[in-house]
Design a protein around this ligand. Structure first.
Ligand SMILES: Cc1cc2nc3c(=O)[nH]c(=O)nc-3n(C[C@H](O)[C@H](O)[C@H](O)COP(=O)(O)O)c2cc1C
Length: 142
C-alpha cells in the first residue's frame, strides 16, 4: 500500500465557533487512528494548514470528508506526493496553535512575516510544518 502525503490550506467559515477546533481535533484523532492516518494541523484563527499522511486511499477519503466540511472554505491543495516514510508517525493529528506562528518562521518560509499559506509553495509549507513539529506544545503531540 503506497504512502502519500497531502497538504492543503483553507480559511475558517462563518459557521466556525470557539469550540470548533477542539471538536475537529477530537474527530480527526478518532478517525485517523482508525484509518492509520497521521499528520499535523496548524491554525492561526484565520487559516488552516494541514498535512495528512497515510495510504493513498485513506488520505484521499479523509481529504474528501474535509472538503465537504462547512467549518472552512477556499480549500486549496498545496502538495500531494508519494512518500517513503511518514514525518508524523507518532501523531494521529498533532496541533500547532497560533503561538507557533512567529514572524521569523513565516519569513523563513514565505515572502512576508505574516502567516498566509495561500502564498506558499507546497514544499515551503511542508518545511515550515517540519520546523513547527519541533516546537509543538507537548499536550498537542497526539
Ligand atoms: C480544518 C479541518 C481539519 C480536519 N481534519 C480531519 C482529519 O484529519 N481527519 C478526519 O477524519 N476529519 C477531519 N476533519 C473533520 C472532517 O471534515 C469531518 O467532519 C469528519 O471526517 C467526519 O467524521 P465523522 O463522520 O466520524 O463525524 C477536519 C475538519 C476541518 C475543518
Amino acid at each position: 500500500m503506497f504512502l502519500t502525503r497531502l497538504i492543503y490550506t483553507s480559511t475558517i467559515a462563518p459557521s466556525f465557533s470557539a469550540d470548533s477546533i477542539e471538536e475537529i481535533l477530537v474527530t480527526a484523532r478518532r478517525n485517523n487512528s482508525r484509518n492509520n492516518v497521521t499528520g499535523m494541523l496548524c491554525f492561526n484563527r484565520k487559516y488552516f494548514l494541514q498535512c495528512l499522511e497515510g495510504s493513498r486511499t485513506a488520505v484521499n477519503n479523509t481529504y474528501h470528508n474535509i472538503l465537504n466540511d462547512p467549518r472552512h472554505s477556499h480549500i486549496i491543495m498545496l502538495d500531494y506526493k508519494e512518500i517513503v516514510t511518514r514525518e508524523y508517525a507518532e501523531w494521529s493529528m498533532g496541533y500547532m496553535p497560533e503561538s507557533g506562528f512567529t514572524a521569523g518562521l513565516n519569513l523563513k518560509f514565505s515572502g512576508t512575516p505574516g502567516f498566509n499559506p495561500y502564498e506558499m509553495l507546497g514544499e515551503s509549507a511542508q518545511q515550515m510544518m517540519l520546523a513547527m513539529k519541533e516546537i509543538v506544545p507537548s499536550k498537542n503531540k497526539c
